[in-house]
Ligand binder design. Structure first.
Ligand SMILES: [Zn+2]
Length: 403
């Protein structure tokens, strides 16, 4: 066999096939040609991955990549291939009215594969909080979904206070109806503002009622928020309705961003057996790069430090989100014949300090995963330096936090 690319001495971690061992990966015609390829395999290009992890291409299930339409969003490749992910899904930045320009001007030229959870608002997150629920044309919405089935993989709903008191239509009802008619999952943002004019009881009963309407395959995102309207209390106990929803096959996505997670809550929830099935980032555009909030490898490092295994965090970055997108036959694994989308990570051992953003909790870690490069359809793409070179050692982080 002559390979186009031979990745040598790779520690391959592919939870979809229960693989975690050192081997050589051969890639030909943009597809996985062989695992356990002999060292002497002839290849046009070789890459020595000694000491690195080689995984199926990471999938960021919760990104905001409709740059140029929505001010808060980055470009697909900023969240994707140059941050260590080969696929991303946009979590509600756009609504059905903007899907066409998003597809034409952002998704088509990107090297990263992009999927979309369409916001139930026709304008997506062009205006926040979302507006226009009362002008949704359901037939048109469904027509747009039908014409874009290859990329539209769900409906996004932000479960915020305005949905309860400020709209003329029942937005939860609208989102559920569109999702069920289209046969797509709902992705539900958890966590309200801190100054909602609502009582705790009103919020709790709203969330519990919403959980009651969740079905197998629906996704609760920002699952470990400590804001009002979350599904865990600070001691890690679930609110009414969560356990039933999880038993029906509802997924938890971490999507910590910079303000949607509390490490103490995560530790307590993990100790009670509640782990996220996906590790989205919630990447948005900020004045400065935020590498250790905004790449999936960094989020995975945090969840390892909080108690998850390497295998489980890699599954939550690969085969699990592939399944959430209904793409598990095409991505999320390194099976022979699959498109050669890989994420190659630095595996750093030492003393690291990771923090959760808004709440200010830090967790010590002795392993840190940094995105180094991806292989996209067989081609090597370097991760950009701000992400590749960001290693939050204890000393650099302590110096940073003193500032
Ligand atoms: Zn988001």
């Amino acid at each position: 066999m002559q390979a186009d690319l031979l990745i040598q001495n790779a520690r391959v971690v592919d939870p979809s096939q229960a693989i975690d061992r050192v081997m050589n990966v051969a890639i030909t015609d943009g597809k996985i040609a062989a695992l356990d390829a002999p060292a002497a395999t002839e290849a046009k290009q070789t890459y020595d991955a000694s000491g690195k992890l080689v995984c199926p291409g990471f999938i960021d299930i919760h990104a905001h990549v409709s740059s140029d339409i929505v001010p808060l969003a980055v470009t697909p490749d900023e969240a994707g291939v140059t941050a260590g992910c080969t696929a991303v899904s946009d979590a509600g930045s756009v609504g059905y009215l903007h899907l066409h320009p998003f597809r034409k001007f952002a998704i088509a030229p990107a090297r990263t594969d992009v999927f979309v959870f369409l916001n139930v608002s026709p304008f997506g997150e062009v205006v926040l909080p979302e507006v226009g629920f009362d002008i949704v044309n359901e037939a048109e919405f469904l027509k747009v979904i039908e014409a874009n089935r290859d990329i539209v993989k769900g409906i996004k709903l932000r479960a915020i206070g305005e949905l309860i008191y400020a709209t003329k239509v029942d937005v939860v009802d609208l989102a559920v109806r569109i999702a069920r008619k289209a046969g797509l999952p709902l992705m539900i943002h958890l966590g309200m503002g801190f100054n909602e004019p609502l009582t705790d009881d009103e919020i709790a009963s709203f969330i519990t009622r919403m959980l009651g309407r969740c079905e197998k395959g629906d996704i609760l995102t920002h699952a470990f928020t400590d804001k009002p309207g979350g599904v865990f209390r600070l001691d890690g106990t679930p609110i009414a309705g969560l356990e039933d929803a999880l038993a029906r096959g509802v997924y938890l996505d971490a999507a910590p961003g910079r303000g949607h997670i509390n490490f103490n809550l995560v530790k307590a929830a993990l100790a009670r057996g509640f782990a996220p099935q996906a590790l989205g980032t919630d990447v948005v555009r900020l004045p400065e790069e935020q590498p250790h909030f905004y790449n999936v490898a960094a989020v995975a490092s945090k969840f390892m430090a909080l108690g998850m295994s390497l295998n489980d965090v890699i599954a939550a970055a690969t085969c699990n989100p592939a399944k959430m997108l209904g793409e598990e036959e095409k991505r999320g694994g390194l099976k022979i014949g699959m498109t050669a989308d890989l994420s190659i990570l630095g595996y750093h051992e030492g003393e690291f300090l990771l923090h959760d953003g808004r709440v200010g909790n830090v967790v010590p870690a002795n392993i840190f995963l940094s995105p180094q490069m991806v292989v996209k359809r067989g081609e090597i793409i370097q991760v950009r330096e701000s992400h590749r070179g960001h290693i939050p050692t204890k000393s650099t982080m302590e110096a940073l936090m003193k500032k």
